[in-house]
Design a protein around this ligand. Structure first.
Ligand SMILES: [Zn+2]
Length: 688
């Protein structure tokens, strides 16, 4: 079934609970560069991306946004698609888990596992983490999830179970026989240790919500989101279809050569996915590659910190090549990396505008000026050790770049390519073609031709090598070299000495305009405007689950930290500090404090600190206005239990009556942190 002449690579499908940001772009660009390079090597390549659209979080988010789940997922999935279109990402397909072709395939896989005896019906009582959509080992209502730290919910469900426990030995054997299956090594070691620790059967259906793929023959159940999502890698090729064309495609491309993922979804891809396939007797993917997280100026990007960078800002200013180059050059693949606008502009100016841009423009302008725009004939008698050294370095660069790129060492590969760029720039300075051109004798003319031939050949080689990373600029340089369409080149054949003397250059123009310092401010300003604009619209975000930036299948950026973090101050709080005098218990008992649950939370128009909330305190639902908007996003508050001072006199804020006060700690910087409970607690309970 395996076809060595093909290459199939996938991104995770992106969870539509969050809008696309630079973390998604990172994963996608890495895959795109790999796919482009494979195609340039003449390999029959299939590159898949898409969106993950089912689950309880989506159902809840859609309800909070006041639309149907379908409307909700259509909108966000469309944003991903539009961004990849704009970036000219070369994916061959874009799968959505709400498409009939996928749903049919997932049901076929479920049935196959059932028929092979790996799925049985059982029941589960215990703790459930909505964020991870997982049953977890935790004890008692509200106990924190061991995965993400969020409070768990107690559930009693009848479920279908997958016999994961039976797969421990086969899986360990598979890992041992395929040492490159999981990379990098650190991830592999974690996964092996996890599996050695023992596997328990996995619940693969839910009855607690509807937004999913029904279990065949038992539509009260929907199929577990991860079984649903992971299957996309096969359903996109046609798994589950009986159309011959689909079956051929599946046979041609499956198994995948590379599943590219973020490190937070390693377990699902390296434990669950291979066991589903082993149990179904289907071929396993060749490798699962986990990259690190993209941080913003060294800290985790998250919605609550407001530091999620959108790719559009960079596309609007420096363009996609700058972004692609930065992500592959600056981040050591596999490790966490840091994004900042300063570093982006610095890289752009130093490596692209200066190094490569200068090499290209001065080499090509001199050929235009001294040789009427035709690549000159080198003269063997004028060849020096310096020319020889460039040729040797160029050959070595081709070999090393290839090896490093194939080992996913993109940063080193680019460093290697830029080593050649620097060497040629230095060669040009030392050999002073402009001075040689002043001398009129024929030896000098031959020497000038040799220098420029050496420089232009090195430029051609670098341009070809880095095309998968910076496709637009290299395509333009290629055209200026008079070589036509760069896609026509076969990288396997790339070698020194292939440029034809006499080749007529195209129109020579600068490829990278320099970015000045004001560019950084401009990008920061754009980010700021985008984020405030996002707040004014109803930004589709998770409701109630504390779901952060909310990726499941993909979060390249860190996923989960903020909901452990606290919430906010209330407008009512600040004026009410009690002062140093002691009060009696009777004084205290005058304050009626109750547990309330936030049902509705929204920004107050024209007041950037205020949120309007509707809080259920058991006996009634109160409207409360509080100054917590800077610290908490309204979407994340829905479903949260808070403490309400219930017998406060109503007061008006911005024309809205606030009937009660939410209790919060006030930090030194004025940040409010909402009081709450670790245990599950009924609404309306009184505090004393
Ligand atoms: Zn969790």
């Amino acid at each position: 079934m395996d076809n060595p002449g093909k290459f199939y690579i996938t991104t995770p499908i992106y969870y539509v609970n969050a809008r696309p940001h630079i973390g998604h772009t990172y994963t996608t660009v890495v895959c795109d560069a790999i796919a482009r390079r494979q195609r340039m090597m003449g390999v029959d390549t299939f590159f898949l991306t898409g969106t993950d659209e089912h689950g309880q979080k989506i159902e809840r988010s859609a309800a909070a946004a006041g639309c149907s789940p379908k409307e909700f997922v259509d909108k966000i999935s469309g944003e991903f698609r539009a961004l990849w279109d704009r970036m000219k990402i070369t994916c061959d397909d874009f799968i959505r888990t709400t498409e009939p072709r996928h749903m049919r395939g997932v049901q076929a896989l479920f049935t196959r596992l059932q028929e092979r005896g790996y799925i049985y019906k059982g029941s589960y009582s215990g703790q459930y983490c909505v964020f991870d959509e997982l049953y977890v080992d935790a004890v008692g209502p509200g106990a924190p999830c061991p995965e993400c730290g969020r409070p768990t919910e107690t559930v009693h469900e009848e479920n279908y179970f997958f016999k994961l426990s039976a797969m421990q030995e086969p899986l360990l054997r598979f890992y041992a026989e395929h040492p490159d299956f999981i990379r990098p090594e650190t991830r592999r070691n974690e996964v092996v240790a996890f599996v050695r620790g023992g596997l328990r059967d996995l619940s693969v259906s839910r009855t607690s919500f509807k937004w999913g793929i029904p279990v065949p023959g038992d539509p009260r159940h929907v199929i577990y989101v991860w079984l649903d999502a992971l299957a996309n890698y096969m359903t996109a090729l046609g798994y589950g279809s009986d159309v011959p064309r689909d079956q051929e495609k599946l046979a041609r491309y499956w198994p995948a050569d590379v599943h590219m993922i973020g490190k937070e979804i390693v377990r699902f891809h390296c434990v669950y996915w291979p066991t589903f396939l082993l149990a179904a007797d289907l071929p396993l993917p060749h490798s699962i590659i986990a990259h690190g997280w993209l941080l913003f100026e060294e800290s985790k990007m998250s919605k609550s910190r407001g530091n999620i960078v959108r790719s559009e800002t960079i596309l609007d200013t420096l363009g996609q090549d700058a972004l692609r180059y930065f992500l592959l050059r600056e981040i050591v693949f596999g490790q966490d990396g840091s994004f900042s606008f300063d570093a982006l502009v610095q890289r752009f100016n130093a490596d692209l505008a200066n190094d490569l841009g200068n090499l290209s423009s001065r080499t090509l302008s001199m050929i235009s000026r001294y040789f009427q725009g035709e690549v000159p004939y080198p003269s063997p008698s004028e060849r020096t050790p310096a020319d020889e050294a460039i040729e040797i370095l160029a050959q070595k660069t081709i070999t090393d770049f290839q090896a490093q790129f194939e080992q996913f060492q993109f940063s080193r590969a680019l460093e290697t390519a830029w080593g050649l760029v620097s060497a040629v720039n230095k060669y040009i300075v030392e050999n002073e073609p402009w001075a040689v051109a002043e001398r009129e004798d024929s030896d000098s003319k031959a020497r000038l031709a040799t220098i420029l031939h050496t420089a232009v050949e090195a430029l051609r080689i670098v341009t070809a090598l880095v095309h998968p990373v910076i496709p637009e600029a290299t395509a333009r340089i290629w055209a200026q070299l008079g070589l036509g369409e760069i896609q026509q080149l076969n990288l396997r054949e790339l070698a020194w000495g292939q440029i034809q003397a006499g080749t007529k250059l195209g129109k020579v123009e600068p490829v990278f305009p320099r970015a000045d310092k004001s560019m950084i401010e401009r990008m920061q300003q754009m980010e700021h405007e985008r984020s405030t604009e996002g707040e004014k619209k109803t930004d589709p975000q998770p409701a109630g689950t504390g779901a952060e930036a909310g990726q499941r299948a993909t979060e390249a950026i860190a996923g989960s930290q903020s909901s452990g973090a606290p919430l906010i101050p209330s407008a009512g709080m600040s004026g009410t500090s009690a002062g140093p005098d002691k009060i009696t218990i009777d004084d205290f008992l005058k304050i009626e404090m109750r547990v309330g649950e936030i049902k509705v939370a929204e920004k107050v128009k024209g007041a950037d600190k205020l949120l309007r909330m509707e809080v259920d305190i058991g006996s009634e639902v109160r409207q409360v206005v509080a100054g917590i908007a800077k610290a908490y996003e309204p979407e994340k508050l829905v479903g949260r239990k808070v403490v309400i001072v219930a017998n406060l006199q109503p007061r008006k804020l911005r024309g809205l009556e606030s009937n009660g006060m939410i209790v919060a700690a006030s930090l030194d910087d004025g940040q409010p942190v909402l009081a709450g409970f670790l245990e599950d607690i009924p609404v309306g309970a009184k505090l004393k």
